[in-house]
Design a protein around this ligand. Sequence first.
Ligand code: PLP
Length: 392
Amino acid sequence: MRRVYMDHNATTPVHPEVLEAMMPFFKEEFGNASSIHWAGREVKKYVDEAREKVASLLNASPAEIVFTGCGTESDNMAIKGVAFALKDKGRHIITTRVEHHAVLHTGQFLEKMGYEVTYLAVDRDGLIDLEDLRRSIKPQTILITIMFANNETGTIFPVQEIGEIAREKGIVFHSDAIQAVGKLPIDLRQLPVDILSLSGHKIYAPKGIGAQYIRTGTKLMPLIHGGGQERNRRAGTENIPYIVGLGKASEIAQRDFPKRYDHFLALRDRLQQGILSQIPHVQLNGHPTKRLPNTLNLSFTYIEGESLLLNLDLEGIAVSSGSACTAGSSEASHVLLAMGVPPEIAQSAIRFSLGWANTKEDVDYVVEVLPRIVKRLRDISPLYQRHVTRAK
Ligand code: PLP
């Protein structure tokens, strides 16, 4: 059976060049980067090189990059790190209702510790109102944490404008850019972002490696205490093979960016057109244009997204209903609900997220298989039958 993977916002395969770059560090290059003998000195060089590559992808300085264990850790490091470092200045944090759980649950944890968190509402496209953001700022606000682009819908936030507001008010601005890195141009010499999180497994590096950009001068309390690694910002012996992998993936993301961007857009538009022209009662979730080039979130009304996902899986097609972290639960996506999508329409959502290895043939296969499955599921859907009877 043909296999088509269209769930790259959940995770990406490791790029062959990344795997190749990592291999020596599982074998002969096994040293500890903190050792001062030859074995340590040799690997330290590669850690420095990887840091330069991540910095270059973001147009930042290598000293501003810290390696972490994953994107979730980066988000925790940013939010708790600022909250703990600035607790005497204030204890109010602003975020949105559509963040990943790595941010939302960290916010809820801090609420239990006595912090106040404002969760900004979003509109039908998934965007915040900048005036609402301004109004939410208090003298005790220490942090604004708003994602660069949403993992479920792909909606892109006005990071420049949010950063300008944060700067004007002297508030630290963190952005979870885990879905944006490699898919959108990010220039941290231009963008007023103080802390930015990224994750390896969304950009063709392995799972279990992330990084954090911390603008020089930004105060953060470290989360993990121990040795003095990462300039005392994140203790623990460096995971050298994975750091090298993230460096290589960043280099490739920068090298192939224009090619990938055009490829994503062309395939995504072909997929969107193909589906919308063949299947009635389909609704786009997310901003029509301000959206990640690889992401397409559609509600197939009158059927359950979960059933659609399972039926597509039987045809070899891997997609997601809602975010990967909530897959398996029958609750509608918190992101779509926050956007005002009615629960039954939110539950009929499917996210297609493309990767660089997807082809036109993959898209055409999905467009060929999907109408048949949707028709079959609608034929047995009481909701749809009611709609048909009413329409007669
Ligand atoms: N933030 C966003 C927007 C994400 O999409 C993800 C992963 O799905 C994460 C955070 C968590 O990253 P990781 O899986 O590396 O912990």
